[in-house]
Design a protein around this ligand. Structure first.
Ligand code: M6R
Length: 616
């Protein structure tokens, strides 16, 4: 994880770095720091805590310079403190480095460097890397770019780095392997960052660095790229389209709330151009281009982590039910290490908001090596997963800044619903009338979410329920069928932002264990919007009530039976059963949000988490 940003040009670097770091804070916020070169001196300022702590600390310090780098950290090696914060200087103080990733072999490297007289002050793997570059430079008498290249050839692990040498202050050297790095090309300056968000104000022209490439941005010679194996590369300049306003809070107290409220638009954006409303047809480019492979697929394997894994579970229900293709959903972190049986004829779909999740990326690489077709469903355009896959679809949710995923989740579910319908139609496993009915219903989802979000009565009810349960220590979430993954997602949302322990369960599994937890203090949130299993869910609620549990039920408008037995009910608009997850998740997102706010938790940046998990 960690966010890195750097600048070289004629402008003052500090404000660019600070703004960039604030945009990248979603990647980690354990510490922040900058290194600035000015008047022959390298000045490093760093602080434990957030970018705001760094700003406070730097208020009365010298922050001048037209060349510099900044870092926001998610700790891997060494606790979050001022010493372990980046940038890290070399032993002689000439070099400074920022790093996102993990140097796996840092211990033997550190030992060897210590034997050569290097003294380390931090516990980080990154400090070892900058000392290694310094040592290589000293031994080979090469320039900084070559020293970085030679040093990296000794490194095992993942990195996106930027290195500055104060003896050579007209250039920056950057490199990447398994951690993202984007280079922005201005008129007479360059920007480097973990993603494009710190760059878009200044230039639309970017180059995405590939794995095992080194870039030198030089004020005299421009941009040069080569591989670590020393092969020159031609930079591919791409134009990015991103609105700055979409990165701001837009009047909401938190990004999470803004992103919850954006969902009617983001779901509509996800469908735009993919549904032909006149003829009621779905056309997903990525699928239709590989129609034969999908039609003949032996099986689909979905790999993902966290919330994206929950979307994958919904896809399993959707694709198996509608398109009759067997689907397996795997935690990417398990898949990558268990020698999975996968090969030609399989389609492996990676789900990822960031497109940078290390485990998901590694799982895809394994599937690709074994001959499976790999397909990516991601949000961040140009991300590593998007570039690795054979084909794919973007969900077009726009930047998601809140660490708790909301609009990316509904974007993924929308896309997967379209995929299931597209495949079902192509394979002839759905009747024309059912196909058309579901398309019409799907197109109505954005308006139904709008209606739900604008319903003051339901919203005040959600806030009231949040106030009742804000001090709970545990919570149970139950759901069946399409809404079992929604129970998992509701529980994850609650625990990650409010630190209340919560578990999601298939409702019928409750009697095999979790029912023992139920007493008068236990909130039990039941997603009860299923049509086919309504009676069963009703019985599950009775079972909870018989043990004095307090039930919050998500029901469809007009429900009469559950209303009579649940302690609280939240109504959502009616829709077709396979589409209920898209609506049922909204009140659960809001419930977690309000509980977290009431508990005074940092909603957008919960403790110990980061938005983009680029370490395994
Ligand atoms: O970027 P990805 O979708 O690959 O991220 C996967 C998980 O890290 C992510 O969904 C995480 O669980 C979120 N914090 C959930 O809100």
């Amino acid at each position: 994880m960690c966010g890195i940003v750097a600048y070289i040009g004629q402008k003052e670097a500090y404000p660019i770095l600070i703004k960039g770091l604030q945009r990248l804070e979603y990647r980690g916020y354990d510490s922040a720091g900058v290194a600035l070169f000015n008047d022959g001196n390298l000045n490093i300022l760093k602080r434990k805590g957030k970018v705001n702590d760094l700003l406070q600390f730097s208020k009365d310090k010298n922050t001048a310079g037209n060349i510099g780098m900044g870092h926001t950290r998610w700790a891997t090696h060494g606790v979050p403190n001022n010493t372990n914060a980046h940038p890290h200087p070399s032993g002689d103080g000439d070099l400074a480095i920022i790093h996102n990733g993990i140097i796996e072999n840092y211990e033997p490297l550190k030992k060897a460097l210590k034997n050569k007289g290097h003294i380390f002050t931090s516990d980080t793997d990154t400090e070892v890397l900058v000392h290694l570059i310094e040592e290589v430079q000293r031994e080979t008498k090469t320039d900084i770019a070559e020293a970085v290249r030679l040093a990296l050839s000794q490194v095992i692990g993942a990195y996106a780095i930027v290195v500055l040498d104060q003896k050579d202050p007209t250039r920056l050297v950057a490199a990447r392997k398994a951690s993202p790095l984007v280079i922005g090309i201005g008129k007479d300056d360059f920007y480097l960052a973990s993603d494009a968000t710190p760059i878009i104000e200044y230039t639309k022209n970017v180059v995405y660095l590939n794995d095992e490439e080194i870039a030198v941005v030089d004020l005299k010679n421009g941009l040069e790229i080569k591989t670590i194996a020393n092969e020159p590369q031609v930079p591919v300049i791409q134009e990015i389209h991103m609105e700055v306003e979409r990165l701001e809070k837009g009047g909401y107290d938190h990004y999470m709330l803004k992103e919850i409220y954006e969902q009617p638009r983001t779901i509509a954006d996800c469908m735009r151009g993919r549904i032909d409303s006149k003829n009621n047809r779905i056309y997903l480019g990525g699928i239709m281009e590989h129609k034969k492979r999908f039609q003949n697929a032996k099986r689909i394997i979905i790999v993902a982590c966290g919330t994206s894994w929950h979307s994958g579970l919904i896809a399993e229900y959707l694709i198996e039910e509608l398109a009759r293709i067997p689907v397996e959903v795997e935690y990417a972190s398990e898949f990558r290490y268990r020698n999975p049986i996968v090969g030609e004829g399989d389609i492996v779909i990676a789900l990822s908001q960031s497109g940078e999740t290390a485990d998901t990326l590694a799982a895809l690489e394994i599937a690709k090596k074994r001959g499976a077709m790999i397909y990516g469903i991601v949000n961040v355009v140009g991300s590593s997963i998007a570039r690795l896959t054979d084909a794919g679809s973007y969900i077009h949710a726009g930047p998601e800044i809140g660490v708790a995923s909301t609009k990316a989740f509904t974007g993924q579910v929308t896309l997967l619903t379209m995929m299931a319908l597209n495949l079902a139609h192509e394979r002839g496993t759905i009747s024309e009338s059912e196909y058309q009915k579901l398309i019409i219903e799907l197109e109505n989802v954005p308006n139904k979410i709008k209606e739900l979000l604008a319903n003051n009565e339901e919203n005040s009810k959600i806030k009231y329920i949040a106030s009742v349960f804000q001090n709970a220590e545990n919570a149970l979430y139950l759901g069946r069928g399409y809404n079992f993954p929604i129970a998992l997602e509701g529980a994850l949302k609650l625990k990650e932002i409010s630190y209340i322990h919560a578990e999601g369960y298939p409702a019928a599994e409750m009697k095999h264990g979790p029912i023992a937890l139920i007493d008068e203090n236990m909130p039990v949130v039941v997603v009860a919007t299923n049509h086919s299993a309504y009676e069963k869910i009703l019985s599950n609620i009775q079972e909870v009530k018989a043990r004095k549990g307090r039930v919050v039920a998500i029901v469809e408008q007009g429900d009469v039976h559950i209303k009579n037995i649940a302690d609280f009910v939240i109504e959502i608009p009616k829709t077709a059963e396979p589409l209920t997850p898209l609506l049922a998740v909204i009140p659960l997102q809001l419930l977690s949000y309000h509980i977290a706010v009431m508990r005074e938790c940092n909603v957008d940046q919960p403790r110990n988490l980061a938005k983009s998990v680029t370490v395994e």
